[in-house]
Design a protein around this ligand. Structure first.
Ligand code: PLP
Length: 438
């Protein structure tokens, strides 16, 4: 049962048929799944990529398109959860990587790209007076938390219910996998509640860790008043405000902090800033980051074999300097805003309660009534998400089952119009099952 009122029986039947159709058209992806299951738990090494009946195996990508093992073509609306901002074959990125490869990898010393990339990020994010690189967004957040703890001499971290900040920093519920810091968790977008918690816990609070828009958790924008209240309360109590801009840094040339006019003490980065290769970085106030200056007595250590890996540094620098210009950022995010409007319009036109959320090129697609101010407000039944996902895949559009979309600079207006038309068709076909109000 899905908990989706009296129409569940039909929904289950339609779902069973959709799963069967999906499986029948994809015998090679099914074979890859079976092969992987022999060596990896559930055939999986990255939880978010698992979905039933089995995930697609991709063989190739070009521009904003993907081809699976069965030769089927998809328009890519997942954009590798925002890391794929440059698409699959950007010539500037490819050239930078090929050049770096020719010059030799794993050099074991400083390379000529890391200083350039750090300067490019600093120029876009003035709150980051100094930057350090690491390997992932998860690591960036762990290091930002560590920096805040060292700087403040306190140990606890305030986070928000349902937030996602990385593989060991997930707050959707208690998990033994979560890093064992003393966390205090409060509802997102509740300014008064968060300020009260900061004041109550100030004596032991090193940091407040927050995404200015919750990304993975549903593309839920932070209320500017809420975020400003966090800034004021943390400043009053000497608590470090960490903006996790791993996803949101793409939403303007200077990320969401640039749009909001809020300077956090620390910022974590990841995803596309490595040009599509593995990447993480954290930056912030000079007096906090200087603790890592190895010339200083008692400097904090921050190791990592691949912190400055030459491929990510070269690709990231090429991307930020020559591809994702401020004009390109404006263009991409305007396209995302138009797509969001079109998806919401499809809901209105078909009488299905659709909520396309997010900002700019990051979208959440929910089939429910609003408002959604925090993850607990997300009530779209899993069976509805599954049907929508399978039906859109059937029509050649790839995105995350949880309803997460991000655009790449290769996504065209035509792609977006086609996606919106296919979405509207699914709503028309299955409106009664998906929750039509008409
Ligand atoms: N922070 C946010 C907001 C994220 O969305 C993610 C990944 O999705 C991370 C951190 C973790 O980044 P990574 O997967 O590179 O460890």
């Amino acid at each position: 049962m899905t908990g989706f009122d009296g129409r569940n029986a039909d929904l289950e039947q339609v779902l069973a048929e959709a799963r069967l159709r999906y499986a029948q058209r994809r015998p090679r992806s099914a074979a890859h799944d079976r092969e992987a299951q022999a060596s990896m738990p559930g055939g999986n090494t990255r939880t978010v990529l698992h979905h039933g009946p089995f995930p697609l195996t991709f063989l190739r990508g070009e521009g904003a398109r993907l081809w699976d093992a069965d030769g089927l073509e998809y328009r890519d609306f997942l954009g590798e959860y925002t890391a794929g901002l440059y698409g699959h074959s950007n010539p500037v990125i490819a050239e930078a990587v090929e050049h770096a490869l020719r010059d030799g990898i794993v050099l074991g010393g400083r390379n000529r790209h890391e200083g350039e990339l750090a300067a490019l990020i600093r120029a876009r994010f003035p709150s980051c007076e100094l930057i350090r690189f690491c390997n992932s967004g998860t690591e960036a957040n762990l290091m930002a938390i560590g920096a805040a703890r060292a700087f403040t001499g306190r140990d606890a971290v305030l986070v928000f219910d349902g937030a996602y900040h990385g593989g060991v920093l997930s707050f959707a519920g208690p998990s033994p996998v979560t890093a064992p810091y003393p966390f205090v968790s409060v509802p997102y977008n509740d300014a008064a509640g968060a300020v009260e918690a900061i004041e109550r816990e100030a004596g032991r609070l090193a940091a407040v860790l927050v995404e200015p828009m919750m990304g993975s958790a549903g593309a839920i924008p932070g209320d500017p008043v809420f975020l400003a209240a966090l800034r004021a309360a943390t400043a009053r109590h000497g608590v470090a405000l960490i903006f996790d801009e791993v996803m949101t840094s793409r939403l303007s040339p200077g990320g969401l902090q640039g749009v909001l006019g809020i300077a956090p003490d620390l910022t974590s980065f990841g995803k596309y800033l490595g040009g599509g290769l593995s990447f993480g970085a954290f930056g912030g106030r000079r007096d906090i980051l200087e603790r890592f200056d190895p010339r200083r007595a008692g400097a904090l250590a921050h190791a990592g074999t691949f912190n400055n890996n030459v491929l990510s540094m070269a690709a990231g620098a090429a991307g930020l300097s020559r591809v994702y210009t401020p004009e390109r950022a404006a263009d991409l995010n305007a396209r995302g805003d138009r797509l969001r409007d079109a998806l919401n319009a499809a809901g209105r036109a078909t009488g299905v309660p659709v909520l396309a959320t997010g900002i700019g090129s990051i979208l959440g697609l929910h089939v429910q009534q609003g408002p959604v101010r925090r993850p607990a407000d997300l009530t779209t039944p899993p069976a509805v998400r599954e049907l929508l996902h399978l039906e859109m895949i059937e029509r050649g559009f790839y995105f995350a089952r949880r309803g997460f979309l991000s655009l790449s600079i290769e996504t065209t207006d035509r792609d977006c119009a086609d996606f919106a038309a296919a979405f509207r068709e699914v709503l028309s076909d299955w409106g009664a099952l998906l929750g039509s109000t008409s």
